[in-house]
Design a protein around this ligand. Sequence first.
Ligand code: SF4
Ligand code: SF4
Length: 225
Amino acid sequence: MDIREIYHHFDKAGCCTFATVDENGYPVTRIAHFFAFDSEGLYFRTMRVKPFYRHLAETGRVSVCGLVTTSAAITLGPDGMPVEEPGYFIRVTGDCREISFETLSRKAEAEPMFALGVKDILRYPDMTTFCLWRFKGEIYDYDYEMTARDHKLERMFFDFGGFERPFKGLRIGPDCIGCGTCMANCTFKAISFGEDGIYRIDPGRCDACGTCRHNCPAGAVEVFQ
Ligand code: SF4
Ligand code: SF4
């Protein structure tokens, strides 16, 4: 997935949750949005007097998540279980750096998308711009009721700017005795049995719900966190 597509998904989500960590190690969130992108990253703004700015300046790190769905409300079905409209969220975590007004102005000369940032800073002089220049991310597309497909999840993982993205999730390891319990209990249809006689978990469908690991009689399901 390229930077244009990533930006497009965040733009569709509109207002997104931006998370930083404060001086006491607590996560803090607020609503903001990306207003531009280019080959160097995704851009957002904040004011220097805000704690958000201090966290960004001190840590150089941010995590952002946006939800796209027809209804964020969750209702309960006849069985008392939650029923959710299909949708997806996009999230990224990575490194950001402040860019100068001069740099932003140069970008605005080449790409009108940046002009909004320039105008805003001229109006609110304490405002500044950050570029999320290196990150990893994911699109988590859910259809829990399986209204449009025969499985609940489609997850797509991506990275940008050389951010390392080691595997995270669950895998079936060499202790597997081939009993098939995991596959029978996976409501996400994320486990398959290959022609080579090996059970495998598809990371693109797995929710990391842990049911397979919980039920495996051989302790063969490994967790990478
Ligand atoms: S439940 Fe455990 S032992 Fe059985 S097939 Fe799955 S991973 Fe292998
Ligand atoms: S963690 Fe849950 S979703 Fe993933 S393979 Fe195991 S049972 Fe299926």
